[in-house]
Design a protein around this ligand. Structure first.
Ligand SMILES: [Zn+2]
Ligand SMILES: [Zn+2]
Length: 199
């Protein structure tokens, strides 16, 4: 997915959660497939600049047009599908592992569905934020912190999605801090301060 288009769509999701302007809301789609189709349409509209988007959502997003052009080609999809399949051929030790190949290839929509459909329908809440977001799993070992979706909607710019309850451990948080420490990324003061002062 294009980081630019995804970032813009995600900002719109935060700004208009559970309303008609939300790019993906279980409230306005009959089922998962309908939501995926709607999300894809909006995503492509943002990507191709055919959907009018408020200026405020467009600022400071990563914009790598050459990378995006390559990433959205069939050649790229076929290359990565073959690469993942080859990985399984080399490393898989049982037949059932191959059942994960399609999940792996379609990880973008699979991940998006779990978070944007299920984490807006099922799970527990730490914060009553007047929207449907929930923490889908008490221990999030499979979604790499994204299952703490209620926490994330309460504090969208906080880099640690967990840490509200003792069992909410965000495995990506230390990686982000490490990348920041190495200088690969640069965290904004705000997101660091929030972690230290609010909790
Ligand atoms: Zn959400
Ligand atoms: Zn978010």
């Amino acid at each position: 997915m294009s980081p630019r288009a995804y970032a813009i769509m995600h900002r719109i999701h935060h700004a208009y959660t559970d309303t008609k302007k939300d790019p993906h809301s279980p409230r306005f789609s009959k089922n998962v497939v309908a939501m995926l189709i709607r999300t894809n349409k909006i995503y492509l509209g943002i990507y191709k600049n055919t959907l009018p988007v408020d200026e405020k959502f467009m600022k400071n997003v990563p914009d790598w047009p050459a990378f995006d052009r390559w990433a959205l080609t069939w050649k790229s999809s076929i290359f990565w599908s073959l690469f993942y399949t080859g990985y399984y051929i080399y490393f898989a030790t049982a037949w059932w592992m191959y059942l994960l190949v399609p999940v792996h290839i379609l990880m973008g929509p699979v991940h998006g569905t779990i978070v944007n459909w299920f984490a807006h329908k099922y799970g527990y809440r730490n914060f009553n934020v007047n929207i449907t977001s929930r923490n889908l799993l008490p221990f999030d070992l499979v979604m790499e912190e994204e299952a703490y979706h209620n926490n994330h909607h309460k504090y969208p710019s906080r880099i640690n999605f967990g840490g509200i309850r003792w069992h909410e451990i965000d495995p990506v948080y230390p990686i982000i801090r490490l990348l920041n420490w190495w200088g690969v990324i640069r965290l904004k003061e705000l997101s660091v301060k929030r972690v230290e002062t609010e909790f």
